[in-house]
Design a protein around this ligand. Sequence first.
Ligand code: R5P
Length: 224
Amino acid sequence: MNAKQAAGYRAAEWVEDGMIVGLGTGSTAYYAIEKIGQRVAQGLKIKAIATSNASEELAKKYNIPLIRAAEVEHLDLAIDGADEVDANMALTKGGGGALLREKLVAINSERFIVIADHSKMVPHLGNFKLPIEIVPFCYEWAFGQLQRIYNVPIEMRTRDGELYITDNGNYIADASFGVISDPGKLSHELKAMTGVVEHGLFVDIAHTVVVGYEDGRTEVIEKK
Ligand SMILES: O=C[C@H](O)[C@H](O)[C@H](O)COP(=O)(O)O
């Protein structure tokens, strides 16, 4: 058992028969999906929506029944990882590039459970580079605007020497803010920029955080 596995497995216990569940993305969400898959094999009856092509493949591997958004009005539960979690349960997400689908799923869930190993818990967001998803068309303009407004190091994400492309066909710029003193304000500012599709700040969205430790312990933090 490692810290990510402890958090993922613990969160999977919230899943009950009949639920519609959002499946997160990343190395911590992997364990939640694995555990949910094991429970499905034992008879648990749920339906799920995946937040990335990778998680969809994983769900299929574990025979977790998948549905389309058109078939449901909302989700009962979503479980997903985070890159940083601050003292107010605001998050940075999108290290794996799945922030847009993740946010859509999280805000449409009755309960959003964040799973994180203890290293993700921070006093303030900003040490982890904030992922900002931007449209490919004239992306240099949105990128330039971000640089001019915030005057912090920002780089276009690449993979194998090419610009990284999200599951939605967009690009990602990663911004090093250092300390984000007001995540809510920054979140609204970024959303208002033309060319920006979404960003990785999740403010006032998480209901529960499950923190995992190397010895297999977990700590559950509920929104006040
Ligand atoms: O785009 C990726 C997601 O936001 C992940 O949930 C986040 O990056 C955390 O990933 P991991 O659990 O692999 O650290």
